[in-house]
Design a binder for this molecule. Structure first.
Ligand code: KG4
Ligand code: ZN
Length: 344
């Protein structure tokens, strides 16, 4: 089975061709960074228009790279939520139109489920596993029990981790997107220079809180001598922030591993997914936590952690393999929690 995957839920216009033997035949990603950089964040209306301008040629490129035409495609998988609704509608409409014109099955994919299942494309990870999903919009710990079967163990009470990276980068004048910029600056910094708080540390459960840390970074910045901030100060603040995030993630994940192990047994597998999973310092912390608790860490390559079409195609394949496809009147959704028992 060969599936075309389409992703337009945020600021990447992406299309990919993946087959059920876990082969990624093409993976084309167009970042709209330049369009959003002047605003310091993703502007939904600009994103939707950019998807509309580029999606055609990105799909064409994905087919060309895979050395296929639509004749060689067996199904169309497209993100239909959650995400910036204008962009989601652009992708969903395109996916449905191709499916209708070609009489192909259509799978409306949950973007979060696609992040959650990427490790099965890259590492053939077996269910159940513990997932830390960390992106610009989401910070969750979930037990992944099967396709469409998720139990949320923890979530953020305020900002998502990627959002915190982006906001801190903006404060420090490091640009957008913030994650990679903070990580780069932190390489030159002293993580012990600023004593930043670690909200929720030591508390029961696996929920997160980031907003106090973000405020502390702002106050530390204000506490520096007046005038332009020295590069070393910026690097030290970035490193101190990243270290605090690492401690928070380690503590929360440790608790989630315990809960997961009680219910589903140990040793187990810890998977990290979403854009923030590209962060090397964080991966290193998770590696430690996993091995201390008899778990194995699975982290897909960074290019498949940030938004991409391959994960959408793969989620479509997984859904098709359970016998599911969707009617063409299925609606795009701005919010769509993986665990229906837990609030989004
Ligand atoms: O999954 P993703 O590409 O889009 C969403 O679905 O949100 O994640 C994007 C987020 C952004 O907040 C970005 O700053 C963050 O992931 N990110 C990183 C790194 N690379 C991307 N955060 C920390 N370190 C990185 N290296
Ligand atoms: Zn994402």
């Amino acid at each position: 089975m060969i599936v075309l995957g389409i992703e337009t839920s945020c600021d990447e216009t992406a299309a990919s061709v993946v087959d059920s033997d876990r082969r990624i035949r093409s993976n084309v990603i167009l970042s709209q960074l330049d369009a959003h950089t002047p605003y310091g964040g993703v502007v939904p209306e600009i994103a939707a228009r950019a998807h509309l301008d580029h999606l055609d040629s990105i799909i064409h490129q994905a087919l060309t790279d895979a050395e296929l035409t639509l004749d060689g495609i067996d199904a169309i998988a497209t993100t239909i939520g959650p995400g910036l609704i204008g962009g989601v509608i652009v992708g969903a409409t395109m996916g449905k139109a191709i499916a209708l014109a070609r009489d192909l099955p259509f799978i409306g994919v949950n973007h979060l489920e696609a992040h959650a299942l990427t490790c099965r494309l890259t590492n053939a990870t077996a269910f159940p596993y513990l997932l830390l999903l960390v992106s610009g919009g989401h910070t969750q710990l979930l037990a992944v029990l099967g396709v469409g079967r998720y139990r949320r163990l923890g979530t953020t009470l305020d900002d998502a981790i990627g959002e915190a990276f982006d906001k801190v980068a903006k404060m420090l004048g490091l640009g957008f997107p913030g994650g990679p910029a903070v990580e780069r600056a932190a390489l030159m910094g002293d993580p012990k220079r600023f004593a930043l708080p670690r909200p929720m540390l030591g508390r029961a459960g696996a929920d997160f809180s980031l907003s106090g840390l973000k405020t502390a970074v702002r106050l530390a910045l204000l506490g520096l001598p007046a005038g332009p901030v020295a590069d070393q100060d910026l690097a030290d603040l970035a490193a101190s922030f990243q270290a605090a995030v690492g401690d928070i993630v380690a503590d929360r994940t440790r608790n989630a591993i315990r809960v997961f192990a009680e219910t589903y047994g140990s040793p187990g597998v810890l998977v990290v997914a979403g854009g923030v999973a590209a962060n090397k310092a964080l991966r290193h912390r998770l590696e430690q936590i996993a091995s201390e608790n008899d778990f194995t860490l699975v982290a897909p390559p960074p290019i498949l952690c940030t938004d991409n079409g391959a994960m959408i195609a793969w989620a479509g394949i997984e859904r098709l393999q359970t016998g599911k496809s969707d009617p063409l009147d299925i609606k795009a959704r701005p919010r769509w929690p993986l665990d229906p028992e837990a609030e989004a």
